[in-house]
Design a protein around this ligand. Structure first.
Ligand code: ADP
Ligand code: MG
Length: 322
């Protein structure tokens, strides 16, 4: 449905996209995730024909964005990063205006009714857009993107600046649309799309660094399990003892001192590590304050994802920042 092949985009000296290729199938929900400045909006502007690639090709529904921009615009709905609303217009008038610009003609009334219901705008239909809350403004903008019933939806950070309840509202709306449309939704917060996306496309510094289901990505990069250990022992002793255990991938020291109470997060792969560690602590008779297993947090998963390729090698056993 959407395909980018070797797309680059430069703005003066800035390379916003570097050799980006990906393919989105019909009916998929894609989470497009990356930190600020990664190139998300640029890629979306290329897909929606609002900016041209410097090199490479982009097609949407089989249409090339440069050769057939009007065909592309017909089949997609776009929620840009900055909401393009006319603040002095009433919600209803604005949506009617957009529908007319989309040449909905005889279908205008029924489409209007549908988007108003889908985006829960009944209560604000006759209010001025400018006085609405941010959440309602965002929904008006979504309604604008949906009014012509496009097959494809490109949503650029639809939840940014919204409160948690509003975020859930937008997420549910995306879920409701999921069965019928191909949806690409960008965010700098992995958590916001983890539960709704079929696949996650991770972008960093203009390059696609990972594409997979959320579970597969997590399994790939967060394959380590973690033990949190808080023990009263000298750091050097602890370190050399831990180095003797096979299957430990990384030590992350959290304590400020090198003596007495040492806190460390132990990343490991091998299932035998916890029992070996337990055995060692007992044999050495180290006073133990805490010993528990934990998983990688969403943030950690995200940071691993975006630094993937660069830092995978840094997992050798090493001392932390203490
Ligand atoms: P994201 O949406 O992931 O935050 P953007 O696509 O907006 O990232 O930006 C990618 C890079 O391109 C950034 O370094 C940004 O500063 C730069 N950039 C984006 N738009 C322009 C522009 N119109 N002119 C110059 N640089 C731009
Ligand atoms: Mg952006």
């Amino acid at each position: 449905m959407i395909e980018l092949k070797n797309v680059t985009k430069t703005y003066g000296l800035t390379k916003a996209l570097k050799d980006v290729s990906f393919k989105i199938e019909k009916g998929e929900i894609i989470g497009f995730v990356g930190p600020n400045g990664a190139g998300k909006s640029t890629a979306m502007k290329i897909i929606t024909t609002y900016t041209a690639p410097t090199s490479g090709t982009a097609t949407v529904g089989g249409y090339d964005v440069l050769e057939n921009p009007y065909e592309v615009r017909k089949i997609l709905g776009y929620l840009p990063e900055t909401v393009p609303l006319y603040y002095d217009m009433l919600v209803y008038d604005y949506l009617e205006f957009v529908g007319e610009a989309r040449h909905l003609n005889g279908q205008l009334k029924s489409r209007l009714g549908w988007v108003v219901e889908a985006c829960h705008l009944e209560s604000v239909l006759h209010r001025q857009i400018g006085v609405l809350s941010k959440g309602f403004k965002q929904r008006v903008c979504l309604a604008q993107a949906l009014i012509h019933d496009p097959d494809i939806l490109i949503l650029d950070e639809p939840t940014s600046g919204l409160d948690p309840l509003q975020i859930i509202g937008i997420r549910n709306l995306i879920k409701d649309l999921a069965h019928e449309k191909t949806i690409m939704v960008s965010t700098h917060i992995l958590q916001e799309v983890a539960s709704i996306a079929d696949r996650i496309l991770v972008i960093n510094e203009g390059r696609i660094v990972a594409v997979d289901t959320y579970d597969a990505l997590r399994a790939k990069i967060g394959a380590d399990k973690i033990i949190y250990l808080d023990v009263n022992v000298d750091k050097a002793t602890l370190k050399s003892s831990l180095n003797a255990i096979k299957g430990i991938e990384q030590l992350e020291f959290l304590s400020a001192t090198d003596h007495s109470q040492i806190r460390v997060r132990i990343h490991y792969r091998s299932e035998s590590v916890p029992s070996e560690l337990d055995q060692m602590i007992k044999t050495q008779n180290w006073p133990l304050n805490e010993f528990h297993k934990e998983g990688l947090s969403l943030e950690e998963t995200f940071i691993r994802l975006i630094s993937q390729g660069k830092e995978v090698q840094e997992k050798a056993v090493e001392g932390g920042n203490a």
